[in-house]
Write a protein that binds this ligand. Structure first.
Ligand code: CS2
Ligand code: MG
Length: 409
């Protein structure tokens, strides 16, 4: 089974996606997601210029060797662009191997370790009534775990509040990347946020009770001691997790947070190799690993990261917003189903235009996901449909503090 065609397909139905489509000499097609929100074209160039030429004629069955070759022969290691490109190759090769075997991909990863995968969705609101409506809407859709994001009085625009994006009438969800030639500036005030959030979660618990699993994403905006303070202040509300509470390039920063709070911690959606997690996992500074298969080099390395994490009873919480394509989501679900230390799966449903481009077999039923039983990933890319939606420049916002200092978004 040799690779004799490799296409890098860029399409922008509801948002930009980059997909690697490999075809073998016996006519099988394998797909890999290479979408890096706001930097899609960098990954396209990396694939087209530095990866696709190396794949021609390669034995598609040699997944590990191909991964090691692409990682080590590049000389320059790690980083989001490189690892997204390598991930697309890795996932496409796993898709091919599973199709050649006539099995759903999870069967090649050891088979199912569970019957279904708990999902969480994104509820948000500019105020409590809007937030409560959003929670009820997500419960009505079947979600059994819900992320809570809220506006903060005095701030104009903040991460994660769908109504802000939907107020423009252009979005069905909260997609932070704005289709524009330049990144959009948002504002931030940590003191206002820290003063407001606990009252919101207190109100949510009072309205929805103690049992609903609640998650919150700080989106990298606090110092370690501020994160420690927030984690401690939220303990009465029993979060499922507090995500990206502090920028974790300084892995030791989480040691300070851990010393002050028992609120479970999730980190890593911006991480792309096991080295980014080494201290966090070895010293049990986190509870959930957040990287997406698409951003962490593919299924092969993500499985290794999760096996390392399992030694410390750390679970998966794979990243799953709408900037992870249905191909990337399917890859996550097959891995989720097979590993023992599955935690939870983020699931933001895609829009109708996207679902017409990517025909998928995975299901979301009464709050649980399943990858399906079709051979391979279970996703087909409708190439002609994809061709209807050319790339549109889009950037994630950036942040400034009240005094104009650039901050973490
Ligand atoms: C967020 C993401 O889903 C999450 O946890 O952090 O939506 C993130 O903002 C986007 O993936 C950035 O592209
Ligand atoms: Mg996040």
């Amino acid at each position: 089974m040799r690779i004799d065609r490799a296409e890098v397909i860029v399409t922008s139905p509801d948002r930009n996606f980059v997909t690697l489509r490999l075809t073998t000499d016996d006519g099988l097609v394998g797909l890999g997601d290479a979408t890096l929100n706001g930097r899609e074209l960098a990954v396209v160039a990396y694939l087209q210029e530095h990866v696709v030429p190396l794949l021609m004629g390669k034995d598609a069955h040699r997944i590990e060797d191909t991964w090691q070759f692409l990682y080590r022969s590049a000389y320059w290691r790690r980083g989001p662009v490189t690892m997204a490109a390598i991930a697309a190759v890795d996932v496409a090769l796993w898709d091919l191997k599973a199709k050649a075997a006539g099995m759903p991909l999870y069967q090649l990863l050891g088979g199912a370790s569970r019957d279904r995968l708990l999902a969480y969705g994104h509820a948000s609101g500019r105020d409590l009534p809007e937030l409560f409506d959003s929670i009820r809407k997500h419960q009505g859709l079947g979600y059994r775990a819900i992320r809570i994001q809220t506006s903060v009085p005095g701030l104009n625009a903040i991460y994660g509040v769908a109504a802000q994006a939907q107020s423009s009438g252009k979005r069905y969800d909260y997609e932070p990347a704005q289709r524009a030639d330049l990144p959009k500036e948002e504002d931030w005030d940590t003191r206002a946020y820290l003063g407001h959030l606990p009252s919101v979660l207190e109100a949510v618990r009072a309205e929805f009770g103690p049992d609903l699993p609640l998650l919150h994403d700080c989106h990298h905006r606090l110092t370690p001691i501020q994160a420690a303070k927030l984690g401690k202040s939220l303990e009465p509300f029993d979060l499922f997790w507090l995500e990206d509470c502090t920028p974790a390039e300084n892995q030791d920063g989480l040691r300070l947070v851990r010393q002050h709070t028992t609120t479970p911690l999730a980190i890593g959606e911006v991480f792309n190799t096991v080295w980014d997690y080494q201290t966090l996992i070895k010293d049990q500074l986190i509870d959930y690993v957040r990287s997406a298969v698409t951003h962490a080099g593919g299924i092969s390395p993500m499985r290794k990261i999760m096996d390392y994490a399992a030694q410390y009873q750390i679970k998966s919480g794979i990243h799953g917003p709408t900037d992870i394509s249905p191909v990337g989501m399917a890859a996550a679900l097959h891995l989720d189903l097979a590993i023992h230390n599955f935690g939870i799966q983020e699931f933001m449903p895609h829009g109708d235009l996207t679902n017409a481009v990517f025909e998928q077999s995975f299901t979301f039923t009464r709050g649980y996901l399943h990858p399906g039983e079709r051979p391979g990933l279970g996703v087909d890319l409708e190439v002609d449909e994809a061709g209807k939606y050319p790339y549109q420049t889009a950037y994630l916002p950036f942040n400034r503090l009240q005094d104009g200092t650039v901050h973490d978004w």
